[in-house]
Every structure is written in structure tokens, then in C-alpha cells.
Write a protein that binds this ligand. Sequence first.
Ligand code: KG4
Ligand code: ZN
Length: 331
Amino acid sequence: MITLGIETSCDETSVAVLQDEYVLANIVSSQIAHTKFGGVVPEIAARNHIRVIIPLTTTALDVAGKQMADLDLITVTRGPGLIGALLVGLSFAKSLAISLDKPFIGVNHLEGHIYSLQLADARPRCPYLVLIVSGGHTEIVLVDKPFSYKTLGRTLDDACGEAFDKVAKVMGLPYPGGPYIEKRAKKGEIGKVDLPVPHPDGLTFSYAGLKTAVLYYTRDNPDYNIDDVAANFQEAALEHLTQVAERALRETRTRHLGLVGGVTVNSRLREKFQLLAKKVGASLHVAPPQYCTDNGAMIARAGMERFKRFGPSDLSVDVVARERLEELPHV
Ligand code: KG4
Ligand code: ZN
């Protein structure tokens, strides 16, 4: 089965071609137009998707050595995400499905991230926990069995990646700030800047306090060292993730943990979770970096499984700004 995967939920346009479970092509175009605004501008995102989606599809098919007529299934992100951006991908996918007379399926973006784990060499088996850490989401989810999700906790305020981006902006680093914070943190010294590890109740996350602490520190110490602030912010932000994940592993007595979403590219995060996995005796699953940030391959991988189990989406399917994993069909 040849599956096309289309992702346009935010500021990455991506098109992938999969043959069964194998990725033949995964082309990603990251929009740099937002850099000067310090964040994603929804209308600019939508317009850029329009501009590149057809050339990207042509490139993905070329790289895969396939033609439009070879496609058996069209998959696309239907949300959550920016409405205008999602509409570009969904409308394009529907047009392709109609003109090629092929089935199409709308995929939940978070389920797509969860399926990025199925693109790794060592795949987790149910039941497993997944920590989703991206620019829009920070939540911990129990995957009981395929398609059955229970969100155990989510952020009360900012997402982890959002906090990385905002802290980077405060220090004058470019958008998106996550990779810049990681780079600067490598040169900084842990312990030089006192920043609190967040401690909300239970399995919830919170980044507002830590973000504000950085804001106050940089305001009160105008000659601050960016490397030290980056190192100590990153350490506190990641320590928070490992603490909640450890609690979730213990409370649910789950032995397998997956990490997904853009922030899981971070090498210090991977290091800290490897230590945690060893400490609690859990197996750790992380996708290769190209499948951690938004990409079409994870959408195709999730869409193909959903299609096999539930059949195609109706062509009247709409985009959604929000949609919880629990709302998806699971029986
Ligand atoms: O999954 P993703 O591509 O998009 C969303 O669905 O949000 O994640 C993007 C987020 C951004 O906040 C970005 O700063 C963060 O992932 N990110 C990182 C790193 N690379 C990307 N955060 C920390 N360290 C990194 N190396
Ligand atoms: Zn994402």
C-alpha cells in the first residue's frame, strides 16, 4: 500500500510517501518567514503552505520514485492546529482524493506524533505511556491498546516547547528558540542561575512560573550570561518532565515509555530520560529526530493504521482547532 502523508497544522509543510510501513520520502519545509515576528503568524503560515504544498508533493513523489497514480491512500492532519493552515492541507488532500478516486483520511495531529514511535527501530508494545512535548502540547498519555488513549495529565499553562521559545525570545535568540537554547546551554554551567523546577500537583505540568522566573532574572541582572541562563532553564524544564514521567510510570505500573514531539530532539532530554528509564527499569522509545518535529511520515503512519481499522473519512470532514485523543473512535 502506498500512502501519502500531508502535514500543515502549524509552520511546517511536510509531505511523505510510505510503502506499507516504510518511509520512501519525508520532505519538510520549515517556514522562516515567522522569525522576524518571534512567533508563528497564522495567516502567513497558511499562505506559505499554499505556495509550497504542490512542489513539495511533486518532490516527495520523485524522491519515492512513485507517481500520483500509484497512491492508494491520502492522509492529512485535520487538527488540532491553526485553522487556516489546516484548511490548506485538508482541501488539497480532498482534491487529490477526488481527482485520483482514492480513499482519504483525516488524522489527529497528536495521534500522528504518537505514531512517530512506530517509525523507530524499537517500537513500544501496549500498554505504554507517551510523553508528548511540542510547541503546542505537553501531556502524558496512556496507550492501553491501539487507538485507546487516556490523557493522565497535561500542562496548566504553557507547553514545554512554547516555554523554550519564549525564554529564547526574552534573551534575543531567534524563533523557534528550542534548538538555540539547547546550543547555548551546552556552554553554560548548571547551578550558576537559581531557577525553580515546577511542582504542580499530580501528573500535571506547568511552565508559567519557570518562564516568569527567567524574565525576572534577566530583568534584574542586565549583564546576565545567556549560556548559563539557557543551561539552568533547560535543566529545570527537563527535570520537570522527568519527575512527572517517573510518577506516571510508578502510578500506572507501566514498563514502557515513549517520547514524542519537537522538544524530544533535545539531546539533554534524551540523556535525562535514559537515566530515568534505567532507574525505574522501563524501556525507552524515541523516534529518529526527523520524525520528532512535525512531519508527514507520522501522519501517514497513523492514517494507514486508522484506515485499516476504521475505513476512510467522509469527504465532508472538517478541520478542528482542538480535539482530544479520547474523542477519537477507538472500538
Ligand atoms: O512538534 P513540533 O515540531 O510542533 C508542534 O506540534 O508544536 O515542535 C516544535 C517545538 C518548538 O517549540 C521548538 O522550539 C521545539 O519543538 N524544539 C526544541 C528543540 N528542537 C525543537 N526544543 C528544545 N530543544 C530542541 N533541540
Ligand atoms: Zn506537532
